[in-house]
Write a protein that binds this ligand. Structure first.
Ligand SMILES: [Mn+2]
Length: 331
């Protein structure tokens, strides 16, 4: 059976809805970026907003790191049908690819610029980010919420994707399924803020308090929260670095996970910095210029503490280096 394989986020939802209309494939699967390498794929999938592991029927993406990684592995990306373009959302890439042949429902035209804004976190202020619009309200529900099991999350994403193929965002936010979930999101937001207030700090090396650190790696369970709410508490921080332990079957492992986000409300100031480069240089991950991350397997608990401090210091150092280089270029 043919299937669409798309990313577990809002861009993945919109991409999935557009592709389902364009290809008439009804079977949609949501997969996270790290999961795709472990999935048994036949090579006949339509893949969106994710790297294509080896081959597929159609591939749409906008992540530069994915393209680079695929080329490095010898995947002949130019021979895979579909489209890669450095736009702010994969939904935009798909919309541009098909909109001349396919008549998408009207609401998508309005949704594409907003999906661009959401997927690239392109906001001038925290207030602009938090301002409720139907599309943004829907987007805020497309993350794994606190205490939610993964299966019901995927079920919700799928339901939303199917809804979007027919209904507009304004119609969707009036549905019961949505209102309940939006309530859960608001609780999740409150919980995130509380957790951030208690657990954020700055490293002694970081004299300018540039990078707000949230270290949850010693937690017995992995608390789910959105690190971007840190800017409601530390609006002047340049960036946020979230550190978690990886869990396997609910057991904490010695793998450290790092997730770095540049302060999206000041992104113009950081035009030249590239967070993905920091993680690529450290050889632990990649991502976007403004949002990147990585993971590293440690041998023991002791090793984990050492490596954690080393990575934090390297990120602070490399962040400062990038800022300096930028200043030189400007002056
Ligand atoms: Mn995307």
């Amino acid at each position: 059976m043919q299937q669409i394989v798309t990313h577990t986020d809002f861009d993945g939802v919109v991409s999935g809805a557009l592709l389902s209309i364009a290809t008439e494939i009804r079977f949609i699967r949501f997969i996270s970026h790290s999961q795709i390498w472990r999935e048994p794929l036949s090579g006949t999938e339509v893949i969106a907003d994710l790297p294509c592991p080896w081959t597929c029927q159609l591939w749409f993406d906008h992540h530069e790191t994915n393209l680079k990684e695929m080329k490095q592995r010898g995947v002949k990306t130019e021979e895979i049908p579909g489209r890669f373009q450095l736009l702010d959302s994969c939904a935009h890439v798909i919309y541009d690819h098909y909109h001349e042949q396919i008549e998408f429902p009207d609401h998508f035209k309005e949704m594409i610029p907003q999906t661009d804004q959401i997927d690239s976190m392109n906001y001038q202020s925290v207030d602009e980010w938090l301002k409720e619009t139907p599309v943004k309200m829907i987007a805020s529900t497309t993350q794994l919420l606190k205490d939610e099991d993964y299966k019901s999350f995927l079920k919700y994403l799928l339901k939303l994707t199917k809804q979007l193929t027919k209904s507009s965002p304004i119609e969707i936010i009036q549905s019961d399924v949505f209102t309940n979930r939006y309530e859960s999101f608001k609780n999740y937001k409150e919980y995130s803020l509380e957790l951030l207030r208690k657990n954020h700090f700055f490293h002694p090396d970081d004299k300018n308090k540039a990078i707000a650190l949230i270290d949850l790696s010693e937690f017995k369970t992995s608390p789910r929260m959105d690190k971007n709410f840190i800017y409601m508490i530390e609006p002047d921080a340049d960036a946020v670095l979230l550190i978690n332990s990886a869990f396997q079957n609910n057991v904490k492992t010695n793998t450290l996970k790092f997730s770095f986000g540049v302060n999206f409300t000041r992104s113009e100031k950081f035009n030249k910095v590239n967070a993905a480069k920091i993680f690529e240089e450290l050889d632990i991950g990649g991502g976007h210029p403004k949002a990147a991350g990585g993971s590293i397997e440690c041998e023991s608990k002791k090793d984990k503490l050492k490596i954690k401090d080393y990575i934090i210091k390297e990120i602070i150092k490399r962040w400062n280096q990038q800022l300096k280089t930028e200043e030189k270029v400007i002056s």
